[in-house]
Design a protein around this ligand. Sequence first.
Ligand SMILES: O=C(O)c1[nH]c(=O)[nH]c(=O)c1I
Length: 308
Amino acid sequence: IGLSTTIAGVKFPGCFMNAAGALCVTRDELLALGRSKAGAIVTKSMTMEPRHGNPEPRYYGFPGGSINSMGLPNLGYRAYADLIPELKRCGKPVIASVAGLCEDDFPTIAEAINAAQPDLIEVNLSCPNIPGKPQIGYDAEASERLLKRVRRVITVPMGVKLPPYFDPAHHDAMGKVIGRCDVDFLNLINSVGNGLVVDPEREAVVIKPKGGFGGLGGTLIKPVALANVRAFYKIFQGRIPIIGTGGIVDGVDAFEHFLCGASAVQIGTVLVEEGLEVFGRLETELAALLEKKGYRAIEDCRGKLKEL
Ligand SMILES: O=C(O)c1[nH]c(=O)[nH]c(=O)c1I
């Protein structure tokens, strides 16, 4: 069984990759992803200037998932622009994740990183952890304004990393925005923003920033991730490829994302918790599952979720 896939004309040797943020901030981390079985290298979302990020502890893993308020720690877009040629020599697609602290940052960073010619650019509209900054992805007008400005300066395939939506009216509203901005792929979803995990022993929160509030990931968000993959797959009738992110800890979870309409999947919590070897485990599990079910490739099951 081949687990290769194609997104917006770019061939991925494997369908599993890291989610932006997971083990992908430094040059060493990115090159380690390049040597691993990951099907791509995805950079940490980048900003104008290098950032240390929020005070620690800022990530906490627990049975069922994780909570984080990293605060966008990254090397700054110039460092990633310099790294991209070396990363591209690893023989797998390089996805540059673009963020910013304000709307004007995005086109500046996008234009500069586009010049380094990553294989794809992912515009992150869903960082939930910049104190005082609401997620752009929850503001349809701001999202449209920003995506149109960024689209004009990006010549490689441009994707959008969206937050989870919890109402079909929001799926429809964002579907209209995406349809007007010439988007080449979607990445659904980012963490479920501003959850709160409590340690009953210490009677305390588990991360330091924002009074303990942070983005949720892992198994517990899988139903939310699957709903968003399915909703946008149906809105676009499979015409815009989707990377499914959220709650994938084994091959079956990945299969569920493909059934809902994903063309590739990303992992965050399980990668941080298990390390780079997880890519081999997930590929083995997914290949065995597809084999058992009689599917020859991912595209044979994509979007085939049955309704009752
Ligand atoms: O806190 C972060 O750095 C962060 N954390 C997340 O869970 N999602 C994001 O997009 C980001 I930019």
